[in-house]
Design a protein around this ligand. Structure first.
Ligand code: HEC
Length: 256
């Protein structure tokens, strides 16, 4: 039998053969969990950057533009390291850091303070600075410029390649949806890619000027909403809309 576009009446999400639905669903589930984990990770790393729980404009400014009036050491002592030393000790360290963390005070006093409160972790846990070395303390006592250009190029290209793959397949699956106006389909498919570019661009702009941090939030919300819409529509059509047994016809042909 020769297939012409018009008799491929099963080519739509509700009527797709079960093995293909299984493939699509498996992918959507795994990617969905992945996106939730990514959201959680953003909350945990960037979300605490300003010392308060939850993602805010300040977190994005601190992560990309940096905090050019406070050092990483000070930000951390007011942020995720807050619980590790009593307030008086933290204030004492911060005062010293603001003076430029002179070596003579380290030798006379702060070496012991760090030994008492910090070194239990900061000398044993790999990949975090070793506070037995003054040089490593000193480095973090300098004010922060946020993400380096080097790390921005690295995370930018990883994000662009990786996330566009995720969106490509979510959108491809969604392109088989039925009963969605062609215009809305085109917008839903284009949005995540557009917002992804906006998101990455906003990191670079925020690095130059903190007022661009809002773009990062808009980009993130934009592509989360667009991909959630496609995700939910696809699952709904494959498993709920399909129950009425109706033949929906060739979804791609209907969008010609
Ligand atoms: C219970 C273990 C623990 C203790 C105690 C601890 N830290 Fe940390 N510290 C960590 C971990 C884990 C990280 C990496 C995760 C993060 O940045 O929150 C970290 C990260 C940091 C960073 C950021 C390093 C970087 O490269 O960005 C600074 C600064 C810091 N700690 C300062 C301190 C100071 C000062 C003290 C003592 C008052 C202290 N920490 C005590 C576990 C600890």
């Amino acid at each position: 039998m020769k297939f012409t576009p018009s008799n491929m009446t099963w080519l739509n999400l509700p009527n797709m053969p079960l093995p293909v639905k299984t493939l699509f669903t498996g992918y959507l589930l795994v990617v969905g969990i992945g996106l939730l984990m990514a959201g959680l990770q953003i909350m945990m790393t960037h979300g605490m950057a300003d010392g308060e729980i939850g993602l805010s404009k300040n977190d994005i400014v601190y992560s990309y533009y940096g905090d050019r009036s406070h050092s990483t050491l000070e930000s951390k002592l007011n942020g995720s390291m807050k619980a590790n030393a009593p307030d008086a000790v933290r204030a004492d360290i911060i005062k010293w850091v603001r003076k430029g963390a002179p070596k003579k005070d380290w030798d006379a006093h702060f070496k012991k303070v760090f030994e008492k409160h910090c070194v239990a972790c900061h000398s044993n846990i790999p990949n975090i600075p070793n506070f037995k070395n003054f040089e490593e303390v000193q480095k973090l006592a300098a004010t922060s410029d946020g993400a380096s250009f080097q790390s921005l190029t690295r995370i930018s290209h990883i994000h662009l390649f990786g996330i566009s793959f995720i969106f490509f397949f979510i959108s491809l699956i969604f392109s088989f949806a039925v009963g969605i106006p062609k215009k809305l389909k085109v917008i839903a498919i284009a949005f995540p890619f557009g917002f992804l570019i906006l998101d990455i661009l906003s990191w670079w702009l925020t690095k130059l000027n903190p007022s661009f941090a809002y773009l990062t939030i808009i980009g993130g919300i934009g592509y989360s909403l667009a991909s959630t819409f496609m995700w939910v529509t696809s699952i709904y059509q494959m498993f709920i809309l399909s129950k009425n047994g109706k033949v929906y016809g060739n979804a791609w042909e209907q969008d010609l």
